[in-house]
Design a protein around this ligand. Structure first.
Ligand code: MGD
Ligand code: MGD
Ligand code: SF4
Ligand code: MO
Length: 567
């Protein structure tokens, strides 16, 4: 029986067993409990890229590596970009950063994912530790604030058995259906809601003043800030009632509360403030309660790879500044915002190299395509943003297809005289961090914060940013069938049937950035003013803009107005 772990970018970081060429869940793992999810249950059915390709012609791996070397050699170092996503979340993926940084290439900063929320958390707490799954289990009430656990985080579901559940989401998710309280909030209304909840919590005297006096003593000033917004006007604007605020406060009165926040709430320009206001609400609840966002997965694991390099923001890279773009574990032509811009600028890049597992928009645009090995065919180890764990991923099988990240980086390092340690040394270093990771506090911030004075830093001014009026809000949540653009990709636009469109009718969706045509499917779990195009649907990002969050350099995917016309 051989143990490994799922390599995918997912809260659950499942522990897996590979036996008789089959993947299954590890029954002994506290979260996985013997179950995987459709992505891993069907993992080996997905057609991989079998052979390297140069300008459309299949070639051998030796030739592919030698072309890569030549191209790197012939390009001015400052005009090489290393663009790495999280198609595989494991730690040895970072070995290519070592080569490219040492060679003088440019890397990226910021995030397409959780960067704004993380910035908000860091501003408030000074660090981003996770409220652990074990501690969530000890709470009485769980608030899912823009996290769709049945789809993205299903292994947390057993933790909430027999608990009161509150859901705050513009979509009536499966959890919302069973929740004791469901607030079908207008998208982008979360900052307002968090402020109002905090204000009424204090009015009702439900805050933990003993904890606050010690570790968040500016809370009275924050209370004043929450008073600067008008109650009725704000509630109308975000489509929430006073009754719902009352319901939430009744459910959490004198209870231990876990607030599980997803990425949807923070994919806005003011995403850091949104997260900080939700976090503040968690802090006011005090000892015993807490907020679980995506915890910093590498806290305490200093990278052994050289990562010192000039960096550009991943959400709005100006590709025209580069002659060679090396893409690893990522599909920027689908997943970066503002595809029309990305596509146009990538056309001017002399050489695109794609290093990945599957064919997609980015592999098609590349001159040189190099297949990677799957996680079963290389040694690795992974950390997690949903649990304080490090899971070893030892190689299970040999394969003639592809190269590993270590093999490719080691080839380049030796070609250019850059020092690289053995693969074993890196793996052993990561393994040596296990105890440190396991010893992170299960319930951080019980005894203060990691800010300069040990106190939580509340927001001290408000910026709601964006007007809330529009034809439709564009939601681009995660699909149960895909992991962003990997696996089965969705192809429809989902609209509430009361909007007057017909099912299967082709419509044109138009934003300031572009337009796309898709067939309609009904989903009456959506608000009337929202349309949903799942992340990973081809072309969805032709509608989104390259605007970044004010803090955290995160792509603001949700900040787009769209119109829908019948074709
Ligand atoms: N099956 C599957 N699982 C995945 C992924 C996948 O693609 N597919 N992707 C993985 C990745 S990369 C990530 S980052 C995580 C993300 O995991 P989640 O954070 O759960 O992901 P989302 O589906 O983007 O958003 C969750 C919920 O936020 C809601 N939402 C959208 N806008 C707003 C808003 O303005 N306010 C509020 N309150 N809610 C809002 C959406 O309706 C949705 O129900 O999932 C990981 N797991
Ligand atoms: N509109 C909209 N856009 C979004 C989002 C959204 O919610 N809405 N979500 C954003 C978020 S949260 C994220 S995290 C990003 C994700 O966006 P990306 O980072 O582009 O992730 P994927 O679409 O999963 O593509 C990953 C690629 O990694 C490759 N890969 C898989 N395993 C390996 C491996 O072991 N080695 C190598 N070399 N390659 C491998 C596969 O070929 C796959 O094509 O998308 C963002 N884009
Ligand atoms: S739930 Fe997440 S970690 Fe578990 S098998 Fe599925 S994708 Fe992998
Ligand atoms: Mo993500």
């Amino acid at each position: 029986m051989n143990k490994s772990a799922c390599p995918l970018d997912c809260y659950d970081a499942c522990s897996i067993i590979y036996e008789d060429e089959k993947l299954s869940g590890d029954k002994n793992h506290p979260l996985t409990k013997g179950f995987l999810c459709p992505h891993l249950n069907h993992y080996e059915k997905h057609q991989r890229i079998q052979k390297p390709r140069y300008r459309g012609e299949e070639i051998g791996m030796d030739e592919a590596l030698s072309i890569l070397k030549q191209r790197v050699q012939n390009t001015q170092t400052s005009r090489i970009l290393h663009l790495r996503g999280h198609g595989n979340f494991a730690l040895m993926q970072g070995v290519s950063d070592h080569f490219f940084s040492s060679y003088g290439a440019t890397l990226t900063q910021g995030s397409l994912c959780d960067g704004a929320g993380e910035a908000g958390i860091l501003q408030g707490r000074g660090s981003n530790f996770l409220l652990s799954p074990k501690e969530i289990q000890k709470c009485d009430v769980v608030i899912f604030w823009g996290r769709n656990a049945h789809v993205t985080n299903s292994h947390y579901l057993p933790l909430i058995k027999d608990k009161s559940v509150i859901v705050i989401d513009p979509v009536k998710t499966k959890l919302a259906d069973k929740a004791e309280c469901f607030i079908q909030i207008k998208p982008h209304g979360d900052l307002h809601l968090a402020l109002l909840l905090s204000r009424f919590l204090i009015i009702e005297g439900l805050e933990d003043s003993e904890y606050l006096e010690k570790f968040a003593s500016e809370y009275q000033d924050y209370y004043e800030l929450t008073q600067s917004i008008r109650i009725k006007k704000t509630l109308d604007k975000i489509d929430v009632t006073l009754g719902q605020i009352g319901d939430v406060l009744e459910l959490i009165r004198d209870k231990r509360v876990a607030i599980l926040v997803g990425v949807g709430v923070q994919k806005y320009r003011n995403g850091a403030d949104v997260m900080r206001a939700i976090d503040a609400f968690g802090v006011l609840l005090g000892r015993g309660s807490g907020v679980n966002f995506l915890g910093s997965s590498t806290e305490g694991i200093v990278s052994p790879f050289n990562q010192k390099a000039p960096r550009v923001s991943v959400g709005n890279i100006e590709f025209g500044k580069f002659d060679l773009v090396f893409i690893q574990g990522m599909n920027p032509l689908s997943q970066m915002p503002d595809t029309n811009r990305v596509e146009k600028e990538l056309k001017s890049v002399k050489e695109i190299v794609y290093f990945g597992l599957y064919e997609n928009e980015s592999s098609k645009a590349a001159e040189l395509v190099i297949p990677a090995k799957t996680f079963l065919q290389k040694d690795d180890i992974r950390s997690s943003y949903g649990s304080n764990d490090l899971l070893k991923m030892p190689k299970q099988i040999d394969s003639d297809i592809g190269v590993s990240e270590y093999e490719l980086s080691s080839y380049l390092c030796s070609a250019f005289g850059i020092e690289l340690k053995s693969e074993r040394e890196y793996l052993e270093y990561f393994e040596s961090r296990l105890l440190h990771v396991k010893s992170r506090k299960e319930r951080p911030y019980e005894d203060g914060f990691d800010t300069d004075d040990g106190e939580f830093v509340f927001l001290d001014e408000l910026d709601f940013g964006f007007d809330m009026k529009r034809d439709f809000f564009l939601l681009t949540c995660k699909s149960p069938r895909s992991l962003n653009s990997q696996f089965y990709r969705e192809k429809n636009v989902y609209i509430n049937s009361c909007n007057g469109y017909l099912e299967t009718q082709k419509v044109r969706i138009i934003s300031e950035n572009g337009s796309i045509e898709l067939d309609v499917k009904f989903d009456d779990n959506l608000r009337k003013d929202c349309i949903l195009i799942y992340s990973g649907t081809p072309n969805v990002n032709r509608l989104t803009s390259s605007k970044l969050s004010y803090d955290g350099l995160n792509a603001a995917y949700q900040e787009n107005k769209v119109k829908v016309e019948i074709c």
